[in-house]
Write a new protein. Structure first.
Length: 227
């Protein structure tokens, strides 16, 4: 085998608890006592000894709030070694929280340190616009979080200027929980080029923090209220 052909794909030395291996794969340095919650089915490879517990008690307690009708989507990973995670080739974004809070679209949540506080939360301010609530997963504390994006995302620093940042909720991946938020209804520009018609709803963000936006508006698998 020509080793030169695959050198660019070989694992790199560990530099952090979580890091990218290429754009579409997450590498996690696993250690005993530092458990991880990861999206069920996202493991693609591991080195060393890593065990998996699907639907652990902490997730079962939260399962009824996911409202997807598909059960709990997380597994608990424990052990020592290197763990590689991916989600159908989606881009991966790693964030290291430092006593901070992040609100993540549940379908974009790939993995997070098990010691972080987390829970399903309703996004306030959208029900009156969309006719129903929008649900995200809130993660807070000090530790690592990994998210996926359908395509290369943009991370907007909302604290750089006085203007508010407006985002289509269907393209929204995550945002700093400390940001101020408000809903806005407007005519959707895509209706003028044949992709649809009618009004659209945006979320406006302001304050100190960031917003992660993916180049996709597919909302078919977003966590939404039912009934």
């Amino acid at each position: 085998m020509d080793q030169q052909m695959i050198m660019g794909c070989a694992p790199s030395p560990v530099a952090a608890r979580m890091e990218n291996h290429g754009a579409s794969m997450l590498k996690v340095a696993m250690q005993s006592g530092q458990d991880l919650f990861a999206r069920t089915g996202s493991m693609v490879a591991y080195e060393g000894f890593v065990s998996y517990e699907p639907n652990p008690p902490a997730v079962r307690q939260m399962a009824s709030q996911w409202l997807t009708g598909e059960g709990a989507p997380l597994m608990k990973c424990s052990g020592d070694g290197l763990l590689y995670l991916a989600d159908y080739g989606a881009d991966v974004v790693c964030v290291n929280l430092n006593n901070e809070s992040l609100s993540v679209n549940g379908t974009n949540l790939l993995a997070f340190d098990a010691h972080l506080q987390w829970g399903v939360q309703r996004v306030k301010g959208m029900a009156k616009f969309a006719g129903q609530g929008l649900f995200n997963v809130g993660v807070s504390g000090t530790g690592w979080v990994a998210m996926t994006s359908r395509g290369t995302p943009i991370v907007v620093d909302c604290g750089r200027g006085e203007d508010e940042t407006y985002v289509d909720p269907d393209a929204l991946v995550a945002w700093s929980s400390g940001l101020k938020m408000k809903g806005k209804r407007s005519f959707k520009a895509s209706s003028m080029i044949g992709r649809g018609s009618g009004e659209a709803y945006q979320l406006g963000f302001s304050g100190q923090g960031f917003v992660v936006v993916q180049p996709s508006e597919d909302s078919t698998d977003r966590l939404r209220a039912r009934g």
